[in-house]
Every structure is written in C-alpha cells, then in structure tokens.
Ligand binder design. Structure first.
Ligand SMILES: [Zn+2]
Length: 206
C-alpha cells in the first residue's frame, strides 16, 4: 500500500482507527516502511515529551478522527473568502523548546504544522541526500467533516519569485512535491476560499 497520511498514522497510534483501517496501517508498519516507522518514532517521542502540551490543548490535527471512514452526511462549511493569508507555524519537530530532550537528528523527517485561518497544513520534509528533498503533506479544513474544501487544491512552490514545482492534492487534501532541489521556497496553496502562503519553507538536509 502507499503510505498512510500522517494524520491517519496518528489516529492509528492513538487507537482511533476502525479495525479494518488499523490492520492496513499495522501491516504497512510491519512491512518495515522506513518513512512511516520514522514518523511513528517521532510521534511517540513527541507525545511522551510534550505530553501535557498535546493532551491539555490538543490541536485539531491530533484529535481529528479517521474521517476517511466517516459515513455520515458530509457537512459543507460556510465559505469565507480570505484572499491571501500567511500561515503561522504551530509545530516544528526540529524546534528545540517543544521537544527538549529529543535529538532532532534522530528522526529522518521534519514535521511541520501550520495554521491559516480555518485551515491546517501538515508538512513532512525529507532530504535523503544533500541535493534534493521531498515535501509531502495534507491540507485540512478545521470545521469540516470530509474533504470538500481541500480536495484537489493546487500547490505551487516558488523560489525567489520563480515557479519551481506545482502539484495538486488528491481527494483527501494530500499532496507530494518530489525531487525539489534544496533551498528556500515559498509554498502557495490555492483553495476555493483563497490562497495560503507558507513562507519561508526551507528544504535542506540536516
Ligand atoms: Zn510508509
């Protein structure tokens, strides 16, 4: 199978997935996917160290249920055009203060979580070598059950004002930008409500 999304992996680790989905994720981990094992290790460490932070004030992305399996009627949120907003960083697995005691170099992937209005953007950056990296992630709208607002959103990576890579999200708001040369970028996410800017986005090995 392809890798589960980061949120799905967290739901699995928190025992929030229904059995069928949990079995699939468990099999994927048992198969030894390096990327997902690394994410699991990262999350378990962060959860241990940052226990109070996450439990007392759980961010949306942590508590969000395995909505892929949600069978109720989708709720269409009110749209509120916002033009252009710059996302703020909520969480960075490489930031020392939040995960003091965890050596960031022990995890291969950098995990970043941003907030922009009603949206959350979860990013993972992996640079297997000195030259190129991969950015993958998921866009979610907070008060939405389902993925209407994030399905198919387009992504544009620019470097010094020049378009570098483009992509679009799948039905679940998940996306990947592959073989990106290391460097400083801006990521622009175009939703039906407006543009979200993640800047700067630094893609580099560590
Ligand atoms: Zn995987």
């Amino acid at each position: 199978m392809k890798c589960p999304g980061f949120l799905q992996l967290i739901d699995y680790l928190e025992n929030r997935l229904e059995k069928k989905s949990a079995d699939v994720v468990a099999a994927h981990l048992t198969a030894g996917c390096e990327r997902c094992l690394s994410s699991r290790e990262w999350y378990e460490r962060v959860r241990t160290v940052a226990d109070s932070d996450l439990r007392n004030d759980p961010p949306t992305w942590v508590v969000k249920r395995a909505i892929r399996t949600f069978e109720g009627r989708p709720v269409q949120p009110r749209t509120s055009p916002f033009g252009r907003i710059v996302a703020s960083l909520l969480f960075d697995s490489f930031a020392r203060p939040l995960i003091a005691g965890v050596r960031s170099t022990e995890t291969a992937n950098r995990q970043l979580l941003y907030e922009a209005g009603d949206y959350n953007i979860d990013l993972q950056i992996n640079c297997p070598d000195q030259n190129r990296g991969t950015v993958w992630g998921q866009v979610l709208r907070k008060d939405e059950i389902g993925f209407q607002s994030v399905s198919g959103v387009t992504l544009k990576l620019t470097r010094k004002g020049r378009s570098s890579h483009t992509s679009s999200a799948n039905d679940f708001g998940e996306f990947a930008l592959n073989a990106v040369p290391v460097g400083e970028y801006d990521l622009e996410i175009s939703t039906g409500e407006g543009k979200i800017i993640v800047s700067p986005l630094s893609i580099k090995s560590h």
